[in-house]
Design a binder for this molecule. Sequence first.
Ligand SMILES: [Ca+2]
Ligand SMILES: [Ca+2]
Length: 235
Amino acid sequence: MFLASSMCFPFRYGVNSVLLNNRGQRFLDSEFILGVEPRRDGRLVKPWFELDADGEDELHPMCRDRTGKVMVWSALGTRSSVIFDLDDDGDLDIVTNDFNSRRMVLISNLSERVADLWYLKIKLIGSQSNRDGLGAIVTVVAGDEAYVKVYDGKSGYLSQSLYPLYFGLGAAAEVERVDVLWPSGQEQSVPGPIEANTLVEIREESQSRRRARRSEVGSGVRSAPARRRWLLCRR
Ligand SMILES: [Ca+2]
Ligand SMILES: [Ca+2]
């Protein structure tokens, strides 16, 4: 979790926070360990705007007892952020939107440091629901854990992250099952095993296909290849 903590001018610099979920027990402050803070070259402020103490700005409070041009400085500050795998190497990177300044692109080196980095990316394609399946609730079952995410398409305040959904899998190298509760209300289950470190596209089952599958189940016909048709693509 990345917390953009700046309110900027006239307040002083606020430290951005990175909180790592420690197995669901507590969040760990990690911004300095991961190199998000301090900022590159220790920059905390930047020139913001200039006042003319000898001209139209002479009555401005910041021009009191001053002459000539007065530069007003601002603390650097991050207002919003997105978290996604920017370079498609399996770990999550961060891109910020900063007040009146350049964005920060924070590239994670986790995939280079961890040999067994397991994750699953899931892209939804709605049919009865909206095209991107926004609003779906996705559950990934892997190892002894069930990871649940709401597919809302965004990652935080004033920000819109990138699809697909990203699930970290811990020590599990494969996924047992993916369950999707679509915005249409339809429940769909994709059986595994699904190999980790892949992108899986799941298309919402059509009503006709759903009826046919129920018929197959009712008649005792349910072949593995038919069930795997829901799983359209792995990359
Ligand atoms: Ca990455
Ligand atoms: Ca990386």
